[in-house]
Design a protein around this ligand. Structure first.
Ligand code: AMP
Length: 284
């Protein structure tokens, strides 16, 4: 595996691959890799000739009070994991390489970023959309791999690619989970043992909602209330939101839930914030 830190060297490497007619798959990450990330790399490996992953803790998606400085890092361990999971080029730019000057240009996917996680993180998604646009312009991949765990992020990227005619296939990959159902996340490292013990309640609440949906429940208020109660009963967790939304537009169902729906939940757990989601219909 090659590790490249400079944009110019990355472009040269991609040009060489293109000259050889190779299909390029790309997996952007912020590092501190777990098996959820690695499953994206394996999916990219299976469908492309050249797999490029990036590790960049992107400052523009963190608000000033958030955890940019404390975000967990493990450069050596990450490089090993990438190499073992099919990555051929690891792009690890510095903040100065990515943002030589403060960005004056932002990519905002407005309609999808007014609710769910955007309520507590109002500037987060424009940072994500902007850095992903920059990375797409640097890597120019044929396909890019994102986790369904960050469902709103995936929907935002899909919509951005559609609206701005970006020539990239966006591939959503299933959420990697711990044996007790907790969605893997780099930020799980922040959890106290009590919060970690209670964290499976998010997935439990989603599974219960899916069972209720399968049994015919279509009242959005009932589905939301049941999940809120399950998570809210945990002493170390505080519900941020529970919502049932259209899988593509992310529009909330206020009363009757449609036949295609995603339930998304988030809870504060000390300095961590847990998020999870599940398709309620058997669509995927
Ligand atoms: P991050 O490093 O948190 O920015 O995540 C990088 C990519 O990995 C994003 O596309 C995430 O959605 C994806 N990802 C994070 N956690 C998981 C997980 N548990 N399962 C699948 N993909 C994940």
């Amino acid at each position: 595996m090659e590790t490249i830190a400079r944009v110019a060297a990355l472009r040269e490497r991609v040009r060489e691959a293109r000259r050889q007619g190779q299909r390029v798959g790309f997996v952007p990450t912020m590092g501190f890799l777990h098996d959820g990330h690695l499953s994206l790399m394996r999916a990219a490996r299976a469908a492309n000739d050249l797999v490029i992953a990036s590790i960049f803790v992107n400052p523009t998606q963190f608000a000033p009070h958030e955890d940019l400085d404390q975000y967990p890092r493990d450069a050596e361990g990450d490089a090993l994991k990438c190499a073992e999971n099919g990555v051929q080029v690891l792009f690890t730019p510095t903040p100065e390489e990515m943002y030589p000057s403060p960005t004056a240009t932002w990519v905002s996917v407005d309609a999808l970023t007014r609710h769910l996680c955007a309520q507590t993180r109002p500037t987060h998604f424009r940072g994500v959309a902007t850095v992903v646009t920059k990375l797409f312009n640097m890597v120019q991949p044929d396909a890019a791999y994102f986790g369904e765990k960050d469902y709103q992020q995936l929907a935002v990227i899909r919509r951005m690619v559609l609206d701005l005619n970006m020539p990239v296939e966006v591939v959503g990959c299933p959420t990697g989970r711990e044996p007790d159902g907790v969605a893997m996340s780099s930020r799980n490292a922040y959890l106290t043992s009590e919060a970690r013990e209670q964290a499976p309640s998010l997935y439990r609440s989603l599974q219960a909602a899916r069972a209720a949906f399968a049994a015919g429940e279509r009242d959005a208020g009932t589905l939301r209330m049941q999940a809120r109660q399950t998570i809210g009963a945990q002493s170390a967790l505080e519900v941020d939101y529970v919502d049932v939304v259209d899988p593509d537009s992310l529009v909330s169902f206020e009363q009757r839930v449609g036949e295609r729906a995603v339930m998304a939940v988030a809870a504060f757990a000390g300095r961590a914030r847990l998020i999870d989601n599940l398709r309620l219909d058997p669509g995927q």
